[in-house]
Design a protein around this ligand. Structure first.
Ligand code: FE2
Length: 330
């Protein structure tokens, strides 16, 4: 009976919270596409929505991340982070880390054009290199309800003032939205995405340092999106950082402040000041620098999460009985 309840809860649809502000953005699907981003639901679960919030409480890990923040690119020889990562505190799961792939450790600096702007799923569970590495058993090992998961750990090293990470609620993904793609550099088979208006996209550009997201490498579509006004802000920031303040001023003149995304407001104020005073801009206010890692972990549901699933399943069960009775009475 418990399994039936859990399966009802896992397939039930939770509407995005309507009380929080949504953001407009555009993203590169097969074509560029305007989309609406909903806030990331706080209680999202990697088993249901395909992504889950992570809190990095360990002072040693935070220290290692601060050190990485000052690097211009990932340096394996200097990094102290991976040795410290043996468990991760997810919102609804305890995650024990079995393996961190060396080739998946990537720092992305959006101002350097490193944000992954094509909407994609990193890995096809039936494709290479997983197929060869696991002799075709990847689909069994990383099955949707398996506690063993192949995941991306995505850590913002500063606020995401441009190109925030967007994640799709995988319940709104249909197989027909996926188009095979092969990434030569990694020799990996993944998917590009076709936009569909029923897809439910989420982002939290205000994610603070010390928080992160975990999502399924083989299932969760994601990308860095483009918010209105971002291109002008990026251009102005790049010019100002090179001391070309006149060009930076011209770049800002192209900005339509009426239509600009609210997440760019701090960057705009800072850039105007920087140009006026002919000072180098504070790039941490007008950039996004993030770190990602590919992890194999065992996700053990927290007791509170299991109780909430059972409660939701019971609620749905009772509601469906009431609905049936109402129909009969009609
Ligand atoms: Fe990716």
């Amino acid at each position: 009976m418990l399994l039936v309840f859990l399966s009802i809860a896992l397939t039930s649809n939770t509407e995005p919270r309507g009380d929080l502000q949504t953001l407009s953005a555009s993203a590169k699907f097969q074509n560029a596409q305007d989309i609406t981003l909903h806030p990331l639901p706080e209680n999202a679960s990697i088993s249901i929505q395909g992504f889950e919030a992570v809190t990095i409480g360990s002072p040693k890990i935070l220290e290692a991340l601060k050190e990485i923040r000052s690097w211009s690119e990932w340096d394996e020889s200097k990094q102290k982070l991976t040795q410290l990562l043996w468990k991760i505190n997810m919102k609804n799961h305890f995650c024990l880390i079995a393996y961190i792939a060396p080739q998946g450790r990537i720092m992305r600096n959006a101002l350097k054009g490193e944000a992954a702007i094509d909407v994609h799923i990193d890995q096809n569970i039936e494709g290479e290199p997983l197929k060869s590495m696991l002799k075709g058993y990847a689909t069994l090992l990383f099955h949707r309800i398996s506690p063993i998961k192949l995941m991306n750990l995505w850590i913002p090293l500063q606020n995401q003032n441009i190109s925030p990470l967007m994640l799709l609620d995988i319940r709104s993904l249909k197989p027909k939205h996926r188009v095979h793609r092969h990434v030569g550099g990694f020799g990996s088979d993944g998917f590009s995405l076709i936009y569909d208006e029923n897809q439910v996209w989420h982002a939290n550009p205000y994610l603070e340092f010390g928080k992160a997201y975990m999502f399924e490498t083989c299932r969760t579509p994601h990308a860095g999106c483009n918010v209105p006004g971002q291109l002008a802000i990026e251009e102005a920031a790049l010019f100002a950082s090179k001391g070309m303040f006149e060009n930076a001023k011209l770049a800002l003149e192209k900005l339509d402040e009426e239509r600009m995304s609210p997440i760019l407001e701090r960057a705009l104020t800072m850039l105007k000041k920087s140009i006026e005073n002919e000072e180098k801009p504070q790039l941490e206010i007008c950039n996004r620098v993030s770190l990602e890692m590919r992890i194999v972990g065992v996700c053990i549901p927290k007791p509170g999460y299991v109780c909430s699933l059972i409660y939701r399943a019971c609620e749905l069960f009772v509601r469906s009985i009431c609905r049936k009775r109402e129909k009969r009475n009609d």
